[in-house]
Design a binder for this molecule. Structure first.
Ligand SMILES: C[S@@+](CC[C@H](N)C(=O)[O-])C[C@H]1O[C@@H](n2cnc3c(N)ncnc32)[C@H](O)[C@@H]1O
Length: 221
């Protein structure tokens, strides 16, 4: 059953000045990353159709990959992202519906979305396992979850030790972002019928966020 707001919680505690700064930073500083990720995103989002839910769309870097025919709902808890999103949507001629909330705090019906997608968001959600379960719940049978996320480096690696040590500080300066998530494993064990993803080194200058995964998880038909 969908949750009601009273049954849920959100970890959205950043002060307003920080939310405003983070929105500005995402809108202005991520352009180089987006240019280098364009081919991967074009391929990942090439078959989007129907009811599409995006978690944490930020300033809207994924909007250029969407066709005007889709029904797009974005859950973006930082309200200072919304003007950037709207501006991007207007310039692309897209109709968007953005809500200032999270999947844990909105009653989205079970089996209602053809696609759920997110990029660089599952590192920040307060409860990864429960978010992935909610994604599975709201997807229609046969629906797909598409994701690009940065993750923890392989066990035993030096980079993983650095990520572990830096994680508490990174969480504070990075708007709740965690460096120690094994997001691929959580998606694999969530109950999807099929999970396909690749690990790759993202084109970013900061080593601790280089390990990325990109892929799709399909709900049973
Ligand atoms: C690093 S930004 C990524 C934004 C965008 N998806 C991108 O690829 O540039 C993380 C985004 O997730 C949002 N966010 C944080 N916690 C969230 C949650 N629990 N549910 C949905 N979005 C969340 C933040 O407000 C922010 O916009």
């Amino acid at each position: 059953m969908p949750k009601t707001p009273s049954q849920t919680s959100t970890a959205w505690h950043s002060p307003q000045w920080y939310q405003r700064f983070f929105a500005w930073a995402m809108a202005t500083a991520a352009q180089g990353y987006e240019t280098k990720m364009a081919d991967r995103k074009r391929q990942l989002f090439s078959h989007l159709q129907g009811e599409v839910l995006e978690l944490g769309p930020g300033a809207g870097p994924n909007l250029p990959y969407f066709k005007p025919e889709i029904h797009w709902l974005g859950l973006e808890p930082n309200p200072y992202m919304h003007p950037y999103l709207q501006q991007q949507a207007d310039s692309l001629g897209l109709n968007i519906d953005v809500q200032t909330t999270t999947l844990a705090d909105i009653a989205i019906p079970d089996n209602s979305k053809d696609v759920v997608l997110c990029t660089l968001v599952l590192c920040s959600v307060p409860d990864l396992e429960s978010t992935v379960q909610d994604i599975l719940r709201v997807l229609k049978p046969g629906g797909q979850f598409l994701f690009i996320e940065h993750v923890m480096a392989p066990a035993g690696s030096f980079l993983r030790r650095v990520q572990t040590g830096l994680c508490p500080l990174w969480q504070v300066i990075g708007d709740g972002c965690r460096l120690d998530r094994e997001t691929g494993k959580v998606i694999e064990s969530a109950g999807f019928a099929k999970v396909d993803y690749q690990t790759f080194e993202a084109p970013v200058p900061i080593a601790v966020v280089k390990p990325h995964i990109i892929g799709a998880a399909t709900k049973a038909s």
